[in-house]
Design a protein around this ligand. Sequence first.
Ligand SMILES: Cc1cc2nc3c(=O)[nH]c(=O)nc-3n(C[C@H](O)[C@H](O)[C@H](O)COP(=O)(O)OP(=O)(O)OC[C@H]3O[C@@H](n4cnc5c(N)ncnc54)[C@H](O)[C@@H]3O)c2cc1C
Length: 387
Amino acid sequence: MENDSTRIDVAIIGGGPAGCAAALTLLNQTSLKVGVLESTNYENFRIGESVSPNFLSLLRYLKIENKFSLEMQIPSHGIDTAWGSTHLRTRDFFFTGQGNGWNLDRKRFDKMLADEVKKRNGVIFTSTKVVTQQREKKKWSLFVKQENENITKIVSDFVIDASGKNASFARNLGSRWNVLDYLVGIAAIYKIKDFGEGQPYTLLESDPDGWWYSTLIPHKRRVVVFMTDSDIAKKRELQTLENWNNSLKKTLHIKKTIKNAELIKRPAIFPAYSQIIHKIGNSLWVPAGDAVASFDPLSSIGIGHAIVSGIESARIAFDTIQNDGTLGDRYLDKVYGNFQQYLKNREYFYKIEKRWENNLFWKRRHHLVNENTLSNSSKLDKPEKIV
Ligand SMILES: Cc1cc2nc3c(=O)[nH]c(=O)nc-3n(C[C@H](O)[C@H](O)[C@H](O)COP(=O)(O)OP(=O)(O)OC[C@H]3O[C@@H](n4cnc5c(N)ncnc54)[C@H](O)[C@@H]3O)c2cc1C
């Protein structure tokens, strides 16, 4: 039954950075009734940690700068890379003139965003998974499954799909993406004894089958991730502790970052492929964050993009509800333009590493194999119009 608590103006699917940024923008700037539907209760580990020095300006825009505490972030002062050779090169943020970046505890950061949505009178439905939807004239009915409960219905005028790479809402509408690779990250977490231990900077090291990163996160922990393609990960069975440890031992620098550390979360696999939406399939909704475009973690732009596109999608929602607006097309043009620039940067960076050109992972990055995947920006389908 439709009642007050299930009738909202804008329903946002997904309470990650994109969804919460959209909600905060609407709550800060309009009087629309906003609901965020989030399938988890923010209890489990979330991947993706590094953000660049200009991140603070986004938090300032969302009016949450003063909530960005040491509970959920530690300053990051630079990156060390062993890429193209065994030697470490340092990029110190100090010399960029923009100040430091940050490494996030994503579980705490995302939870803080959701708490702020609630404090600003947004409705947050946690442990609430959107399973399917129906369009009835100018309204959406979202059918949600809550913990231990039956399916219930939430009705809204506009939907923002910020449900991450899977973009379940968009997928149900028949949306399509250009998917550019099969990248996955296998991530483990270590407890370190003190911050002085190992590498103070984020460390990147290339490998015959991919690349590693190791970075500090709050509460004296370190995330160690191996990035490779899903078929290679499957073959190497890197989620087994024995294979993980053997692979780590073969690294030159990464292994040193966890020398006296204790493993507190076993290796787990996360999809990390690059994609951009091209077929939208309906109107009165917009995709944001990873649902519209997602990026190789090498770029460290996923979280920033999620917040910016969340803000943009909130403007589109408001514009559509108030004026039957046309901001949606400009938004997709912008996403598409940025994505093409990102592909050029990605290609440039991968091509610096020439030591393993005969290995499948690097062959794919150097476009030396044709596997029916899109490998350059000229082959991208442009997104169709949405509103
Ligand atoms: C290994 C790895 C390393 C990365 N490192 C970095 C990095 O260093 N820096 C960086 O900027 N980015 C990084 N990223 C990318 C970054 O994590 C993402 O780009 C970012 O999380 C996208 O935010 P989002 O809000 O779009 O999606 P998500 O963070 O995925 O949030 C989506 C939300 O939707 C919820 N949801 C999903 N389906 C439903 C449903 N049906 N109903 C209700 N809720 C639903 C999920 O629970 C989740 O809370 C990394 C990614 C990977 C895989």
